[in-house]
Design a protein around this ligand. Structure first.
Ligand code: GLU
Length: 369
């Protein structure tokens, strides 16, 4: 654990898994929610803004509809979410009532985070909700989210939200006590400085009937959030007083150290909120040009394109081994790229005489992954 903190964090996103707020299938754990509401209120009293990401809609809906297994059919799952989401919000409001706080339901789809205008709109609304003194309680809008517009799990959603609101900390509370070093000490790893393949190998999925992610999605979320300069805790929501304990460095849980400087928000948007429409493939020489020299991608380094994309759409950039090294907005379409691939700038100019910029992906529109 980090020996913390000289002043209270400015902004914290707290994500609660289905297993934290329910016991059994779809039975609310009201004492747990009450305890967490009290801890969140205490964080606010010390001057931190808190935004909650709460799972549980599907699980609570299953409970109310007396289903023992999560339905496989999407529309049935969406129906469970519709039933459960209102129960979830009622419960959160009841939990915050004794503290005189009002909760605000915010339901998001991947589109709301991906489309830049909507993304900025969500950010503004969250800012207003916090300014009104409410506690935003966010969930994915499961009832209307078809697979292709879904974030899919609330760990990832919470990391996206943490990036969006520029949170200093993301706390992911679930039934897992932290990241466990199964093959080594068998104990919780207290601090992760860098998410290496060895760290990723420690993570498994979930076997719970109502939950979604497991440790794998938590590590992915930690990767996203630390990359945007946010410290991440993974800890058990069943531990008493877990939030103040984490923030005073007394654990138990795993702390992921934020990496480097925060990406500025446009790059963050490119990197994490976009789904790439295709891939631009580059040659061996282009890799260090992008990764080490921090320059734009020129046609001469390009070997081809896959997928179908228009100029201005977001694409992955992959090295000769197929590994995705960057993401960016392509200035050319997937049809134009094969014609340009491998050509020098004067040849590109001859093909596109009216263009001011000849880069295939300009540095300002590119982020390394
Ligand atoms: N949105 C889902 C729900 O409220 C949860 C997804 C998740 O836990 O990752 O049930």
């Amino acid at each position: 654990m980090p020996s913390f903190l000289s002043r209270p964090p400015r902004r914290i996103v707290v994500k609660l898994g289905t297993g934290v707020i329910t016991s059994g299938i779809g039975q609310l754990n009201e004492p747990r929610l009450a305890a967490l509401a009290a801890q969140i209120t205490a964080l606010r009293a010390q001057g931190s803004e808190v935004i909650v990401v709460s799972s549980g809609a599907v699980g609570l809906g299953m409970g109310r509809l007396k289903l023992e297994r999560k339905p496989k059919i999407v529309s049935k799952k969406q129906a469970c979410a519709a039933v459960g989401q209102s129960l979830l919000m009622q419960t959160w409001q009841r939990a915050f009532d004794p503290h005189g706080l009002t909760v605000a339901q915010v339901l998001l789809t991947h589109e709301d985070l991906r489309v830049r205008d909507r993304h900025l709109g969500v950010k503004e609304t969250l800012r207003e909700l916090v300014a009104y003194g409410t506690i935003p309680v966010i969930n994915e809008n499961d009832t209307v989210s078809a697979a292709e517009i879904k974030v899919g799990d609330n760990d990832t959603l919470s990391a996206m939200v943490a990036g969006l609101v520029e949170a200093d900390y993301l706390v992911i509370l679930s039934t897992a006590p932290g990241l466990i070093d199964m093959k080594g000490t068998g104990k919780i790893v207290p601090v992760v400085e860098k998410i290496t393949p060895a760290i990723e190998a420690m993570a498994g999925g979930t076997t719970s009937e109502t939950a979604t992610g497991g440790m794998i999605t938590k590590i992915t979320a930690a990767k996203l959030a630390t990359r945007s300069g946010c410290g991440v805790f993974i800890a058990s929501g069943a531990e008493p007083d877990i939030l103040p304990r984490l923030f005073s460095g007394r654990g138990p849980g795993t702390f992921f150290v934020p990496s480097g400087l925060p990406l500025e928000s446009r790059k963050l948007w490119l990197a994490y909120f976009q789904r790439p429409h295709g891939t631009i493939h580059v040659n061996t020489c282009a890799v260090p040009v992008l990764c080490e020299q921090g320059r734009s991608l020129l046609a001469v380094g390009v070997t081809g394109a896959s997928g179908t994309f228009a100029a201005g759409e977001v694409v992955n950039i992959a090295g000769p081994d197929g590994k995705v090294i960057a993401r960016g907005e392509s200035a050319f379409s997937s049809e134009q790229i094969p014609v340009l691939a491998g050509r020098k700038s004067d040849q590109v100019r001859a093909l596109h005489p009216s263009r001011k910029h000849l880069e295939v992906v300009h540095r300002n529109d590119l982020v390394l992954l």
